[in-house]
Design a binder for this molecule. Structure first.
Ligand SMILES: [Zn+2]
Length: 315
């Protein structure tokens, strides 16, 4: 009986391995990731045991992406499909529902992360920050901007890669541990930057992307728009931000990547305060992508700009 069971199990395992091996390129696990942060985490954890491609072409505005029919074909050729979460890529579950039985393993990397809602009206200074978001459930989709969430996501990616490619388990977990240590260093540096700064307010001329970051370090965060940059902020949002700047004495306004910073520019010209980039990590340009930008580099850039913008004076 026992021997029969072992043989039966072995046959199943061999069948599984055969199935998986078809999804490899040059012996590597073939992965498709939706947006830049998950793409970069897979790259860091998977190293030379995976080939990873980003579903969204660089330079695409992540919130307004609409999957193409050809995406299903791409996915069916992959061994693993990774997306951030249903709040960030609401279309991902529709896409995976269309996959055949031979389709890839699917990982919603951020599943299980405690979801933050949009800050209360009091903190967001009126309805200016809640407009322009499609699904209206109030969930902030930018979970990776809390580095403890990013670490959790990295761990989940290591787990799923180990399931697909058990021989690489030690390799994936070592890479993940190394990456998590870098995220922990960044987290400590952000905390130190905030604690050594004179202001606690981020005034942001872009869409509401930094709720997790603000929550993590005890910052107040005021954004011109809701969760998605597709709505054009109007004069009302401009007046609200100007009022916050007046009240708080903020010396800088932050702007977001990829989108022309009209709001920040208008405010900067009106008030004479400076402009600084705060990168949410989800929209890299083609040029950045091709020159090998990493999530950690982008976040180190944010750290520098936060130090300037919050008036860092050291301990
Ligand atoms: Zn966003």
């Amino acid at each position: 009986m026992a021997l029969a069971a072992v043989i039966a199990i072995s046959i199943v395992i061999v069948a599984l391995l055969a199935d998986k091996s078809e999804k490899r390129q040059d012996g590597r696990v073939s992965v498709i990731a939706t947006i830049f942060p998950v793409y970069d985490f897979v790259r860091a954890v998977g190293g030379d045991r995976v080939t990873v491609s980003m579903l969204m072409p660089p330079g695409t505005e992540a919130h307004s992406y609409e999957p193409k029919p050809s995406d299903i074909g791409k996915l069916n050729k992959a061994g693993l499909f990774v997306f951030m979460g249903d709040d960030m890529e609401p279309w991902a579950s529709d896409l995976t529902a269309g996959l055949g039985p031979e389709g890839p393993k699917v990982l919603e990397a951020g599943q299980g992360v405690p979801v933050l809602l949009l800050e209360s009206e009091e903190h967001s200074h009126g309805e200016g920050s809640v407009e322009g978001h499609g699904d209206g459930n109030g969930h902030d989709p930018h979970i990776w901007l809390d580095f403890t969430n990013a670490s959790y996501i990295v761990g989940r990616i290591a787990e799923v890669l180990s399931d697909i490619d058990p021989e690489g388990t030690g390799y994936y977990s070592a890479n993940a541990a190394d990456y998590v240590a870098k995220l922990a260093d960044l987290d400590a540096a952000f905390r130190e930057a905030v604690e050594g700064s004179s202001t606690r307010v981020i005034v942001h001329g872009g869409h509401y992307a930094f709720g997790y970051l603000a929550n993590r370090y005890g910052l107040e965060y005021v954004a011109a728009q809701g969760f998605s940059p597709d709505s054009e902020p109007g004069p009302k949002q401009l007046m609200q931000l100007m009022e916050v700047i007046k009240q708080t004495g903020a010396k800088y306004i932050f702007y977001e990547e990829l989108v022309e910073p009209k709001m920040a520019k208008a405010i900067s010209e009106e008030t004479g305060i400076g402009m600084l980039l705060l990168h949410a990590g989800h929209n890299v340009s083609k040029q950045q992508f091709e020159s090998g930008a990493t999530f950690l580099d982008l976040m180190r850039g944010n750290l520098e700009n936060l130090r300037i913008g919050l008036g860092y004076h050291g301990k």
